[in-house]
Ligand binder design. Structure first.
Ligand code: BGC
Length: 926
């Protein structure tokens, strides 16, 4: 029987398993781990007490119940923890509380650490093992820095590790971080074990304990190369500029660079991770087949054996070395991976591996092979390496292939000005780094758009058809769309948010049926919510907090991720939401990118496979995963302005590849573009990105939306907030977000460009059909037409959070003029806080609320405030940062009776300052 309610126990189990299986064990000398039950353990580091479940920003604002830290979790396992040390930490933490920072875009990446004392060290000396927990958050709108407390350890952390390692040989460092950090200290202090536990969501503390205790044998593998120094990363000199970043490393990102040019700079290779057992892996090439249609298939066979003493899982990885040819290629490229089931000691498993010609092809953006704008296989020897990480993968065979075009495409998104990019050149014993000129753009995408413009349907006006009639096969989508007026077509382009009252409270946007007339045509308002690591509902509704993108990537387990995201899909559906704004699948180009925690890996193949699994999982409940940010969102610094200058080859092979896999293999039907420009064109208005590549080449048939309040440009101009016609022209179907779809018609150039014919009605109808196509697959349409069964509706009606107790109330009196004034000093606007006031109204009538407030944060900061009256949601305001200027916001509170009420303000973020809030009578009622 179909289960409608969420099986919480199962959900927790799966999330805990995923978080545990994503943990990466980098060192384990003398079997320092796992810990045994009766052992005495000294736990150091304040983050042992306050677990970082996720990074910050839109991807981290999941309201969740209490999250157990690593210390709590170990306690629940009945470990013998040093109580004196715990006490020392607790009393210090009381005096040095957790610093939340100022809010969006301005949070500290780490917390002050307690200076280590002799008394503390003595505790560790007596213990069987010492555990040191180090933590880092991560966040949107701010990059990490190569500084103490950021990418590097602080002085106090360094001293802690150094001294504890000296006093207890069995010291174990646990890293609760969003993504990788500097690891050079391992060489200096030699802790016996080092374990990355990432940010594992609400179950992460327990998952870490499972691995530390050996309940779960670690099987996570690094999704990034850890280099010895940050300056070793090939993008280091061209990352972080506020104006332009030239991607000179081209396709040589992560291990593609290190394995080709700089093996000696690697501290831990891509794909690396230890287990409590050992494995052997053997692989050999079996055959090379050319199918009747000319397609190449290469088969290999691999055998994994558990050669150690306890059960465990191994990640089999297969890398290809394709010929250098004329294009030049990295010496390794991940072309296949597979995670075994749990193997008992002595047990083996065999796996057939199939690799296609397309997996091995390289993109010729300059025509050097004679096939410009094509994926090509150059003639030569193709070698295969199989193993448990990129460095140790052993030769498994080779084959010779003739030159062949794997897919002919057309030039798209190429850069406009020449720059130098990396290329290998053969030397006696290896490859030397040389540079070559990047091919530049020869096509005009605007001309291409004009040529390809759809004809358009003749507008029929309202014929009485509803959208459900299309689902029921009574009319065609074209016939339905022809009913939409020009005004409808412009309105449907506008998403409404944040916190639109048309959809589930506290979510990012409503789209589709955002006006009365669109609703009359039976077009529902669909709902999307952040993502990616759980559902963000700013009004305080609780949701499940999931392991972050990096942690999920490190599992290398598509099956587990798909199973977990099937439950995520169910939770989303039960909250009456149609799409999750995730997974985030940008490439970890540089370790300091603030949002790497949301993203999966430096490798596009792994990224695409894990993202496809997430999308497939949610799709089982008709929920669309919105893959984001399309594309090259590789830093947070000046994310709306900094131009990414990238070759077409690097775009296709690295920055677009994960999206391509998520679309082709995961069936993704929702995409979010970025804030910034690529090669001079803001992605939200890039025809070649949103149409040529995404739809024409990959066969995508879903919706494309902008990032929140994003801009677009006409090529050659600088983007601004009024230029929205290029978005619609590019087939970026929805602008996110306006505060009111109808009232915002005047804000931009859509109408003007329609009138002069730059933008056509046919283009808007085409976009509307993309949106309607989405709605036809959405739960929103079923809700609107009463087609959700009673059992599911019952499962949705959960008890509301935030019941107010009488003792919470501060009572305020009405003033002479019928208004109630709350002065700013009575308010505590901190993330997750609520202020509640009892009020007494003398008159029945329509009331409004007026807030005077400000924030020092920047204009893209989102600081949600939700207003409830008597536990009913009245209004939600997503305040945008005002850089210190005062804002006045006025909202309706509806009709309130005379008498006692209470009013509650729930804050979803930090960084707000109120001068006053005034509740006032607009019109008296009898
Ligand atoms: C982020 C998106 C997010 C959106 C809605 C933006 O700031 O870049 O990833 O989905 O806000 O919250």
């Amino acid at each position: 029987m179909k289960q409608f309610g969420l099986n919480m126990e199962n959900y927790q189990k799966l999330a805990r398993q995923a978080a545990a299986e994503g943990c990466v064990l980098l060192e384990n000398r003398n079997h320092a781990l796992p810990l045994e039950k009766e052992e005495r353990i000294a736990v150091y580091g304040r983050i042992a007490f306050t677990y970082y479940k996720s990074g910050l920003g839109s991807g981290g604002l999941v309201n969740t119940g209490k999250v157990d830290g690593i210390l709590d979790a170990l306690k629940k396992e009945n470990l013998n923890l040093d109580e004196k040390l715990e006490e020392i930490y607790r009393s210090w933490i009381e005096k040095h509380p957790f610093d939340e920072g100022e809010g969006w875009g301005k949070v500290p990446w780490s917390q002050e650490e307690m200076p280590v004392t002799e008394e503390m060290l003595a505790c560790g000396e007596k213990a069987d093992a010492a555990l040191i927990v180090i933590g880092r958050t991560a966040g949107e709108d701010q990059d990490n820095t190569d500084a103490p407390g950021g990418y590097r350890l602080t002085k106090e952390e360094e001293q802690l590790i150094q001294q504890v390692c000296q006093r207890n040989r069995r010291s174990i460092v646990v890293l609760n971080t969003g993504n990788i950090m500097d690891m050079s200290w391992v060489e200096r202090y030699h802790p016996q074990a080092v374990l990355y536990v990432w940010q594992g969501g609400q179950e992460g503390g327990h998952a870490a304990a499972d691995v530390l205790m050996g309940k779960v044998n670690p099987s996570g593998r690094l999704t990034d190369t850890i280099a010895k120094k940050i300056s070793d990363y090939p993008s280091d000199s061209c990352f972080g500029s506020e104006t332009e970043n030239v991607y000179q490393e081209d396709i040589y990102v992560g291990y593609r660079y290190f394995e080709t040019f700089a093996k000696e700079k690697v501290q831990y290779p891509f794909g690396y991770g230890l287990s409590y057992t050992t494995f052997s892996i053997e692989g050999k090439l079996i055959s090379r087949i050319r199918e009747k249609n000319g397609e190449i298939k290469i088969r290999l066979e691999a055998r994994v054996t558990n050669t150690g003493e306890c059960a465990g899982r191994e990640v089999l990885q297969c890398y290809a070395q394709v010929p250098q040819g004329k294009l030049g290629n990295p010496l390794r490229r991940l072309v296949y991976f597979f995670k075994t089931e749990k193997l008992q000691p002595g047990e083996s498993v065999s796996k057939m591996i199939e690799i296609t010609g397309y997996d091995l092809a390289s993109y010729d953006d300059g025509g050097v092979t004679g096939n410009r704008s094509a994926y090509v296989l150059e003639q030569g020897t193709y070698r295969f390496y199989i193993g448990s990480d990129v460095r140790s993968a052993a030769y498994a065979g080779e084959c010779h292939l003739e030159a062949q075009v794997a897919e002919q495409l057309q030039e798209a998104m190429a850069p406009v000005s020449v720059f130098q990019r990396m290329k290998p050149e053969k030397e006696k014993d290896g490859y030397q780094l040389t540079w070559e000129e990047v091919p530049v753009r020869t096509v005009d995408q605007e001309e291409r758009r004009r040529k390809e413009r759809p004809e358009g349907l003749k507008i029929t006006g309202d014929q009485g058809w509803k959208l459900i009639d299309v689902l029921d096969g009574k009319i065609t989508l074209d016939a339905f769309t022809a009913q939409l007026s020009e005004e409808d077509l412009t309105a449907i382009f506008r998403g409404e948010g944040m916190c639109s009252p048309k959809v589930t409270a506290g979510t990012a946007a409503a789209f589709g049926g955002v006006t009365e007339h669109l609703q009359e045509l039976g077009i529902p308002a669909a709902c999307c919510a952040d993502g990616p690591s759980g559902i963000r509902m700013d009004c305080g509704t609780r949701a499940f907090s999931l392991p972050n993108g990096t942690a999920l990537g490190c599992t290398f387990d598509e099956k587990l991720v798909e199973e977990l995201y099937t439950m995520v899909g169910q939770e989303i559906r039960l909250n009456k939401i149609d799409s999750l704004l995730g997974p985030g699948i940008n490439i970890h180009r540089h370790p300091l990118n603030g949002r790497n925690f949301e993203y999966i890996s430096e490798d596009p193949y792994l990224t695409g496979k894990i993202a496809a699994a997430q999308v497939r999982g949610m799709a089982k409940h008709q929920i669309a995963g919105t893959i984001k940010h399309f594309c090259a969102n590789n830093q947070e610094t000046a994310r709306s302005r900094a131009n990414s200058v990238v070759s077409e080859r690097a775009l296709r092979e690295i920055y677009l590849k994960g999206f391509e896999i998520a679309v082709k293999e995961g069936g993704a039907w929702s995409v979010m573009t970025t804030y910034g420009p690529v090669n001079g064109v803001w992605t939200a208005g890039s025809y070649d990105l949103c149409t040529t590549i995404l739809r024409k080449e990959w066969g995508f048939s879903g919706i494309v939306m902008t990032d929140w309040w994003a801009m677009a440009n006409y090529e050659g101009m600088t983007a601004d907030k009024t230029m929205r016609a290029p978005m619609a022209a590019a087939q970026n179907d929805i602008f996110m977000v306006t505060s009111d779809a109808k009232a915002s018609m005047e804000e931009d150039d859509m109408q003007k460009q329609l009138e002069c014919g730059w933008l056509t009605c046919g283009e808007l109808q085409r976009n509307a059909e993309n949106i309607l196509g989405f709605l036809l697959r959405s739960p929103a349409l079923l809700h609107m037409n009463g087609r959700i069964c009673q059992e599911e509706l019952d499962a949705m009606n959960r008890k509301e959070d935030g019941d107010v107790l009488a003792s919470d109330l501060k009572n305020l009196d009405e003033e002479e003029n019928g208004s109630i004034l709350i002065s700013g000093d009575l308010l505590h606007p901190k993330s997750g806080n609520a202020d509640v006031f009892g009020i007494h109204l003398k008159k029945k009538g329509s009331y409004r609320i007026h807030m005077k407030l400000r924030s020092d944060l920047g204009g893209l900061a989102q600081i949600p405030v939700t207003v409830y009256c008597n536990n009913t949601l009245k209004t939600m305001v997503s305040v945008q940062g005002s850089e210190g200027g005062w804002l006045e916001i006025d909202r309706n509170l509806d009709v309130l009776m005379a008498g006692n009420h209470y009013i509650k303000f729930y804050y979803g973020g930090n960084g707000l300052e109120f001068e006053t809030i005034r509740i006032y009578l607009e019109e008296e009622h009898d």
